[in-house]
Design a protein. Structure first.
Length: 146
Protein backbone atom coordinates (compact mmCIF):
# COMPACT_ATOMS: atom_id res chain seq x y z
CA UNK A 1 0.00 0.00 0.00
CA UNK A 2 1.47 3.33 -1.09
CA UNK A 3 1.69 5.89 1.69
CA UNK A 4 1.03 9.50 0.76
CA UNK A 5 2.45 12.48 2.57
CA UNK A 6 0.59 15.68 3.41
CA UNK A 7 1.56 17.47 0.21
CA UNK A 8 -0.32 14.93 -1.92
CA UNK A 9 -3.75 15.68 -0.39
CA UNK A 10 -5.41 19.02 -1.06
CA UNK A 11 -8.00 18.82 1.72
CA UNK A 12 -9.46 16.95 4.66
CA UNK A 13 -12.18 15.65 2.32
CA UNK A 14 -9.63 14.23 -0.10
CA UNK A 15 -7.56 12.70 2.71
CA UNK A 16 -10.51 10.92 4.36
CA UNK A 17 -11.97 9.70 1.06
CA UNK A 18 -8.59 8.38 -0.08
CA UNK A 19 -7.92 6.57 3.20
CA UNK A 20 -11.43 5.08 3.15
CA UNK A 21 -10.90 3.85 -0.41
CA UNK A 22 -7.56 2.26 0.60
CA UNK A 23 -9.59 0.02 2.91
CA UNK A 24 -12.08 -0.69 0.13
CA UNK A 25 -15.01 0.75 2.10
CA UNK A 26 -17.99 2.43 0.51
CA UNK A 27 -19.23 5.49 2.39
CA UNK A 28 -21.99 3.34 3.90
CA UNK A 29 -19.55 0.66 5.08
CA UNK A 30 -17.23 3.31 6.47
CA UNK A 31 -20.10 4.94 8.38
CA UNK A 32 -21.09 1.58 9.85
CA UNK A 33 -17.55 0.55 10.79
CA UNK A 34 -16.73 3.95 12.31
CA UNK A 35 -20.10 4.15 14.16
CA UNK A 36 -20.89 7.50 12.54
CA UNK A 37 -24.02 8.57 10.65
CA UNK A 38 -23.66 8.42 6.86
CA UNK A 39 -24.52 12.15 6.74
CA UNK A 40 -21.38 12.92 8.74
CA UNK A 41 -19.17 10.94 6.36
CA UNK A 42 -20.79 12.54 3.32
CA UNK A 43 -20.46 16.01 4.82
CA UNK A 44 -16.74 15.48 5.46
CA UNK A 45 -16.04 14.02 2.03
CA UNK A 46 -18.02 16.74 0.26
CA UNK A 47 -15.86 19.35 2.00
CA UNK A 48 -18.56 20.85 4.20
CA UNK A 49 -16.67 20.00 7.38
CA UNK A 50 -13.19 21.50 7.46
CA UNK A 51 -12.49 20.51 11.06
CA UNK A 52 -13.84 17.67 13.17
CA UNK A 53 -14.98 17.22 16.72
CA UNK A 54 -12.69 15.13 18.89
CA UNK A 55 -15.20 12.26 18.94
CA UNK A 56 -15.63 12.16 15.16
CA UNK A 57 -11.88 12.44 14.59
CA UNK A 58 -11.23 9.57 17.03
CA UNK A 59 -13.82 7.28 15.45
CA UNK A 60 -12.43 7.90 11.98
CA UNK A 61 -8.83 7.44 13.14
CA UNK A 62 -9.69 4.14 14.84
CA UNK A 63 -11.53 2.83 11.79
CA UNK A 64 -8.71 3.83 9.42
CA UNK A 65 -6.01 2.65 11.82
CA UNK A 66 -4.26 6.01 11.85
CA UNK A 67 -3.46 8.54 14.56
CA UNK A 68 -5.62 11.59 15.30
CA UNK A 69 -2.72 13.88 14.45
CA UNK A 70 -2.70 12.59 10.85
CA UNK A 71 -6.27 13.83 10.42
CA UNK A 72 -5.53 17.13 12.19
CA UNK A 73 -2.90 17.95 9.56
CA UNK A 74 -5.68 18.49 7.02
CA UNK A 75 -8.17 20.35 9.19
CA UNK A 76 -8.79 24.06 8.85
CA UNK A 77 -9.27 25.45 12.31
CA UNK A 78 -12.58 26.88 13.47
CA UNK A 79 -10.88 30.22 14.13
CA UNK A 80 -11.10 31.11 10.44
CA UNK A 81 -13.98 33.50 10.94
CA UNK A 82 -13.58 36.73 9.04
CA UNK A 83 -17.16 37.84 9.51
CA UNK A 84 -19.24 38.93 12.45
CA UNK A 85 -22.01 36.85 13.98
CA UNK A 86 -24.84 38.92 12.46
CA UNK A 87 -23.56 38.12 8.94
CA UNK A 88 -23.31 34.45 9.88
CA UNK A 89 -26.88 34.54 11.24
CA UNK A 90 -28.13 36.16 7.99
CA UNK A 91 -26.47 33.42 5.93
CA UNK A 92 -27.98 30.69 8.13
CA UNK A 93 -31.46 32.22 7.83
CA UNK A 94 -31.15 32.62 4.05
CA UNK A 95 -30.15 28.96 3.67
CA UNK A 96 -33.07 27.77 5.81
CA UNK A 97 -35.59 29.96 3.97
CA UNK A 98 -34.38 29.15 0.44
CA UNK A 99 -33.29 25.53 0.69
CA UNK A 100 -36.04 24.30 -1.64
CA UNK A 101 -35.22 26.86 -4.36
CA UNK A 102 -32.86 25.21 -6.88
CA UNK A 103 -31.80 28.64 -8.20
CA UNK A 104 -30.81 29.94 -4.75
CA UNK A 105 -27.31 31.42 -4.71
CA UNK A 106 -25.63 33.12 -1.81
CA UNK A 107 -22.25 34.82 -2.03
CA UNK A 108 -19.29 34.38 0.28
CA UNK A 109 -18.92 37.37 2.62
CA UNK A 110 -15.13 37.09 2.33
CA UNK A 111 -14.40 36.76 -1.40
CA UNK A 112 -17.80 37.08 -3.12
CA UNK A 113 -17.76 33.64 -4.75
CA UNK A 114 -20.74 31.28 -4.61
CA UNK A 115 -21.26 29.40 -1.35
CA UNK A 116 -21.97 25.69 -1.50
CA UNK A 117 -24.89 25.17 0.89
CA UNK A 118 -26.95 22.39 2.44
CA UNK A 119 -29.01 21.67 5.52
CA UNK A 120 -27.82 18.98 7.92
CA UNK A 121 -30.62 17.06 9.60
CA UNK A 122 -29.67 16.08 13.13
CA UNK A 123 -31.60 14.65 16.03
CA UNK A 124 -31.24 15.49 19.70
CA UNK A 125 -31.45 12.96 22.54
CA UNK A 126 -35.26 13.07 22.47
CA UNK A 127 -35.37 12.42 18.69
CA UNK A 128 -36.36 15.99 17.86
CA UNK A 129 -35.26 17.05 14.39
CA UNK A 130 -32.73 19.88 14.29
CA UNK A 131 -32.01 21.63 10.99
CA UNK A 132 -28.51 23.04 10.84
CA UNK A 133 -27.53 25.15 7.81
CA UNK A 134 -24.06 24.47 6.41
CA UNK A 135 -22.06 26.47 3.90
CA UNK A 136 -18.56 26.64 2.54
CA UNK A 137 -16.99 28.81 -0.08
CA UNK A 138 -16.06 27.26 -3.40
CA UNK A 139 -12.96 29.48 -3.62
CA UNK A 140 -11.64 30.54 -0.21
CA UNK A 141 -11.53 28.72 3.17
CA UNK A 142 -14.68 30.44 4.50
CA UNK A 143 -17.02 28.06 6.31
CA UNK A 144 -20.26 28.78 8.13
CA UNK A 145 -19.52 28.09 11.78
CA UNK A 146 -22.25 26.73 14.07
Amino acid sequence: MHKKNKKEYASLAQFIASKREEFGYSQEEFALKSALPIDVIQSIEQGFDLFLSTTVRQKIANCLKIENKEIKLYEIKAGFNLTNSSVMDEIKEAILLNSSNPNFVIKCPVCGEKLSTRIAKLYDLEDNLILRPKARCTKCPFQLID
